[in-house]
Design a protein around this ligand. Sequence first.
Ligand code: HEM
Length: 228
Amino acid sequence: MNSILISKWTKAVIFLLCLVPLGILVWRGLHSDLTADPITFITHTTGIWTLRFIVITLAITPLRKILRIPQLIRFRRMFGLFAFFYVCLHFTTWIVLDHFFNWSEMWQDIHKRPYITVGFTGFVLLIPLALTSTAGWIRRLGGRRWQALHRLIYITAVAGVIHYYWLVKSDVRAPLVYVSLVAILLTWRIAVWFSGQHQRAAAESVRRKSSAAPNLLDSASPRRPGET
Ligand code: HEM
């Protein structure tokens, strides 16, 4: 298992698998098989794959800790970048096929339709994460700042599920599945953060007590002659 996970071939295979949704779209496009409403079909396919890759990216850390498979971290950046890749396709479909570069119409859409406003916010927040995903940027920002910046992915995930929930008109079962997944992953994160805070507070109080102990002894001991 370990050797499979650290093999460069596994990474290559997963990379190709991540391209399968795009491959299917292209294949169906070439065979005029994009349903009666191709623009909606492309928008929906790229949108749902964006959300799936966001959820997969967020699930890597809990999975690697719960299943004790640290090597899973090797794939997190790739999944995150695929989320960005599919949202770029999703956004480009909206710009090119939905609005034919009509910027004022698009601006109105972002202003007037809350689900577009929220989706757009999610997209904008992914941009700095994609740009700073390299080892060079981790070094430049420093681990702590880089991690703090990359927590934006949680806001994107929340924006993504709200966007999906709001745009679905009747059957909300599928959006609710994603709402639940994001809620579970966020709760896990918050629980880990709280237990970390608790452990840090406990360690701090032990440290304080142990540094205070000699002083107490000092003040309890009788003064020697000549001491002030
Ligand atoms: C992180 C950002 C985003 C995520 C996760 C996301 C996700 C989704 C999902 C899951 C769907 C529905 C797919 C389905 O029904 O199977 C969807 C549809 C759609 N999205 Fe997004 N999206 C995002 C950003 C955007 C942006 C930036 C725009 C445009 C500015 C946009 C415009 C649309 C439109 C027009 C639809 C179709 C609405 C309809 O059917 O009436 N999305 N998106």
